[in-house]
Design a protein around this ligand. Structure first.
Ligand SMILES: C=C(OP(=O)(O)O)C(=O)O
Ligand SMILES: [Mg+2]
Length: 412
């Protein structure tokens, strides 16, 4: 079994130009695995903390101080890396060593093991079939924390090519809707500058209602039947506009405030009007009760927790007690290490909650999440849409078609 013979960490830059941690893990003196920690803009309160005291330099220093402890571990075993990380950092949120180190080290380790064993990473994480491709959620138009003033309060309007027979067709469908959306925006705003948010979604000067109408029109212009060929999803990211002091959702860019009941009504109306296949964080991260109402009311929609679940198995158990969430976002860096994320995925699967593996808005060309999505049986994957760091994950999915191990799209 491949054993770790060297590790090396460094500070590099992510797609927003911010510093982050990248780690190389060498097994058996020659197989180099590499991973780079992403970072979020709309961050759940209970996520792992990327860097001690928010300083990447402190994360690197903490890693360097402890680097020798990882030598000799079995690289293919995420629990071995987790146990060692936990012997160094006993905090709930990896604030001593940094979630960025936990992420990069744990993924670089399995990456190097996969290279040493000459197997694709997804197969190392899950030795047995079935393997299915996740539906790619394409971020078509958005705003919130990912774009500037004038854009919608809603963070992401997503395309989900539910009628696609394979991953390549699915990607082509998303890119087609993205391109068509630009034309629809131009037809109503001749001065549209083609501005895009952090994940490649168009970021026009329109309100939430107009944004949804635009994407719906683009879907129809492409010749797709809404809900049959191409469906729409939304990441509300509503914690980012929840006004805790006044107990209202403050859609400041549109000048509308909604109390909890009105927010539930609003989200349910959008599910109905746009046949939403997917609704992420429609209520703020602490409101499991309202999430349960929405989950029960909208059974054909994946009512999904991101900030609410923060890739934490304990939070899944809490959601299950309420009957909240039919879908769960899996972001390894929210959890910290790969092992934490695997435990989360197991808890979701046990409780029949569908997994949606996700990138972060601040990314690199690291494409491991494509393998993690397949290994965890994810129904969907979120990787934004255009931009090198987004397409890197999508192209990795395309490459994985060459293994002839993965059969069709994950409809289950
Ligand atoms: C990917 C997301 O954004 P961020 O990385 O900014 O949390 C999200 O909210 O789902
Ligand atoms: Mg989200």
């Amino acid at each position: 079994m491949p054993s770790i013979t060297a590790v090396r960490g460094r500070i590099v830059f992510n797609s927003r130009g911010s510093k982050t941690i990248e780690i190389d893990v060498v097994t058996d003196n020659k197989f180099i695995g590499r991973a780079c920690a992403p970072s979020g803009a709309s961050v759940g309160r209970l996520e792992a903390q990327s860097f001690p005291e928010n300083k990447p330099e402190k994360a690197l220093a903490a890693f360097n101080t402890n680097a020798k402890k990882f030598i000799g571990l079995q690289a293919e075993n995420p629990q071995a890396v987790f146990d060692t990380l936990r012997s160094i950092d006993k905090t709930d949120n990896y604030s001593t060593i940094g979630g960025s180190v936990a992420y990069a080290l744990s993924i670089a380790a399995v990456d190097s093991a996969a290279r040493a064993l000459n197997v694709p990473l997804f197969k190392l994480l899950k030795p047995a079939k079935p393997y299915k491709f996740p539906f790619p959620l394409g971020n078509i138009l958005g705003g919130g924390a990912h774009a500037g003033p004038g854009t919608p309060d809603i963070q992401e309007i997503l395309a989900c090519p539910v009628g696609a027979k394979g991953i390549v067709e699915a990607l082509e469908m998303n890119f087609k809707v993205h391109a068509e959306t630009r034309k629809v925006i131009e037809s109503i705003d001749r001065r549209f500058t083609y501005g895009r948010g952090d994940e490649g979604a168009w970021a026009p000067n329109v309100n939430n209602d107009q944004a949804l109408e635009i994407v719906e029109k683009a879907v129809r212009n492409c010749g797709y039947t809404l809900g049959k060929d191409m469906a729409i999803g939304i990441d509300f990211a509503s914690s980012s506009f929840w006004d805790e002091k006044n107990n209202v959702y403050n859609y400041a860019r549109q000048g509308i405030k909604r109390d909890t009941g009105e927010q539930i009504e609003f989200a349910s109306r959008l599910v109905r009007d746009y046949k939403l296949v997917y609704a992420e964080d429609p209520v703020h991260e602490g409101d499991f009760e309202s999430m349960a109402v929405l989950t029960k009311k909208n059974q054909k929609t994946l009512v999904t927790g991101d900030d609410m679940l923060v890739t934490n198995a304990g939070k899944v158990r809490e959601a299950v007690r309420y009957g909240a969430c039919s879908g769960a976002i899996l972001k390894v860096n929210q959890a910290g290490s790969l092992y934490d994320a695997i435990k989360f995925a197991e808890e979701c699967s046990k409780n029949n909650i569908r997994i949606i593996t996700s990138h972060r808005s601040g990314e690199s060309v690291d494409s491991h999440i494509s393998h993690i999505a397949i290994a965890t049986g994810s129904r969907m994957i979120k990787t934004g849409v255009l931009g090198g760091e987004r397409v890197a994950k999508l192209n990795e999915l395309v490459r994985l078609t060459e293994y002839d191990l993965i059969e069709g799209m994950n409809n289950t």
